[in-house]
Design a protein around this ligand. Structure first.
Ligand SMILES: [Zn+2]
Length: 213
């Protein structure tokens, strides 16, 4: 891990250009015309979770926002502008929050050791940890407990999407993006879909009754 030297990165880029042009001489002309991706994904900044690579999705397929521990922050202008642009202008069809096991952000939230500003950023996860402590404390293995919190986190971030003004506006229309939560199982490489308690969210008033999934 972490072995690529700078020159090699640029060399890889040149090889990739050749490969693309061999397949289609107009590849870059077409790429420059614009994008119409179907997916917005919110992932973790972790270098082991490069979403395009894991999903074999070429350029133009996924609009991506990444931050530490895949947070849907309601005060983050960066995230909110990504959400608004992708929903209202690109008209993406799916919003997928992608968490992962063995997430350093989660460990920082649990342990509370000094890791600088990251601690502030993951403070909402600390609250998730505290709110779910009864369930989590039953899991003896520390890593398994942290991985369970990854699952709780990704579902909670999917729920946060429904708290945004962008999503409220989208839900007034006939078509609106569907929200999903996935977990990248770093131990096996599998991308797993998490269950979202949408009916419960409807009862709680977080989600309008007409939302179809
Ligand atoms: Zn992570």
């Amino acid at each position: 891990m972490g072995k690529l030297i700078l020159g090699q990165l640029l060399e890889n880029n040149r090889k990739w250009i050749k490969k693309q042009i061999n397949k289609d001489p107009d590849y870059f002309k077409k790429l420059a015309l614009g994008q119409s991706p179907k997916y917005l994904m919110v992932g973790c900044s972790d270098s082991r979770v490069p979403l395009n690579n894991l999903l074999k999705a070429p350029p133009g397929e996924i609009f991506i926002h990444r931050n530490i521990a895949n947070q849907v922050s309601l005060t983050d202008m960066n995230f909110l502008s990504v959400l608004e642009y992708s929903v209202e202008y690109l008209k993406i069809e799916y919003i997928i929050i992608v968490g992962h096991y063995a997430c350093g952000g989660l460990a920082a939230a649990i342990d509370g050791v000094d890791q600088g500003l990251m601690e502030n950023w993951v403070a909402p996860i600390k609250d998730l940890y505290i709110n779910n402590f009864k369930e989590l404390s039953k899991i003896e293995d520390k890593q398994k407990m942290a991985d369970k919190l990854s699952e709780i986190n990704v579902v909670s971030q999917a729920r946060n999407i429904f708290k945004t003004a962008v999503m409220h506006r989208a839900l007034l229309k006939e078509t609106y993006p569907k929200v999903l939560a996935w977990i990248f199982d770093i131990y096996t490489g599998e991308m797993k879909e998490m269950h979202l308690p949408l009916e419960q969210w409807k009862e709680e008033g977080i989600l309008p009754k007409h939302y179809e999934y």
